[in-house]
Design a protein around this ligand. Structure first.
Ligand code: NAP
Length: 288
């Protein structure tokens, strides 16, 4: 069985390396070809010229690209050449609608689709400790679970296509709240003149402790906002959440709205490619 990977960005690059380390990756494609060098040189992966060329050779295709349009572009591109009964696993964060659309397109050529968004950041991708939430047919997941175990520590089957992405939306709303809470609280502490190293040390071991504080607390205080998770991508995810939330009830999700406004301001100021913890810039500025 041949396995291929499309999209060797911040997340995909590490996921592909972890698959290759376990001899579970044969072919890669990346739009910017320079990113394929390491996998070719260190792991002898072959490099395809296009997603279609890759799809023609693989039974399992894993995707990690940016946005809904990118996922659908790739699905439409591979459709004419994909083998029957092959399995496409999309780890990108996109809408439930896109996941359902991708599954429907591939079902026309008797191929399977799983929406498998991940959480855990670039660190999780690097250390193969990602949390993966899966939408699609459970028997299809069972076939690829041994492969996915090389990139994710915890894989939970949620339900039919689209439910993996809906679960990721839950995660992204929560991540927005945690970002708001941590950046605002640390800006408060700093403005109070507290010794912030000690504050982080003690707060992180109490009831307010969390992953974001542990991994981004010190760096945001020292003004380092290397991604991590790009603000423009979280903005994209929250726009998806906003659109999904609008089908439920208007004005019921102020956290989504507030974070979109804050991120937009920072993106307009040129910080869209920084880590989401750059929200701290705004919290600090608001106190001056
Ligand atoms: P990234 O570093 O910007 O990488 C994006 C990848 O997608 C690159 O390989 C890019 O190719 C490729 N790409 C984009 N549009 C494409 C298209 N139309 N055709 C072909 N390739 C295309 O992004 P990332 O951080 O790895 O994120 C990837 C996905 O995972 C996103 O959906 C993101 O929301 C999600 N995610 C990210 C994190 C995180 O912490 N970063 C965590 C969980 C989930 P080029 O190299 O040519 O640009």
């Amino acid at each position: 069985m041949k396995i291929g990977f499309i999209g060797l960005g911040a997340m995909g690059g590490y996921m592909a390396i972890n698959l290759a380390k376990n001899n579970l990756l044969q072919i890669v494609f990346n739009r910017t070809t320079s990113k394929t060098k390491l996998l070719k040189k260190e792991f002898a992966c072959s490099v395809s010229n296009s997603p279609l060329e890759l799809a023609k050779q693989c039974e399992v295709i894993i995707i990690s690209v940016s946005r809904d349009v990118d996922v659908l572009e790739i699905i439409n591109e591979i459709k004419p050449g994909i083998k029957a009964n092959s399995i496409v696993i999309d780890t990108s964060t996109v809408s439930s609608e896109t996941a359902k659309k991708a599954a429907s397109i591939l079902s026309q050529v008797n191929s399977n689709f799983l929406d498998c968004p991940v959480s855990g950041g670039v660190e999780g991708a690097k250390n193969a400790t990602l949390a993966m939430m899966v939408g699609g047919a459970e028997e299809v997941l069972d076939k690829v679970r041994p492969i996915l175990n090389s990139i994710a520590k915890n894989i939970v089957y949620i339900g039919p296509n689209g439910t993996g992405q809906a679960t990721k939306a839950v995660n992204q709303i929560m991540a927005a709240g945690i970002n708001q809470a941590v950046t605002e609280a640390l800006a408060f502490g700093e403005a109070m003149g507290l010794p912030m190293d000690k504050v982080i040390e003690i707060v992180s071991t109490g009831a307010a402790g969390n992953w974001f504080l542990d991994h981004r607390g010190k760096t945001m205080l020292s003004g380092e906002f290397e991604p991590g998770f790009k603000m423009s991508l979280h903005h994209k995810d929250l726009s998806i959440c906003q659109s999904m939330a609008s089908t439920l009830k208007k004005n019921a999700f102020p956290l989504i709205e507030m974070t979109l406004i804050d991120y937009q301001q920072l993106m307009d100021e040129g910080h869209g490619n920084e880590d989401i913890s750059a929200l701290f810039r705004l919290k600090r500025k608001n106190l001056n």
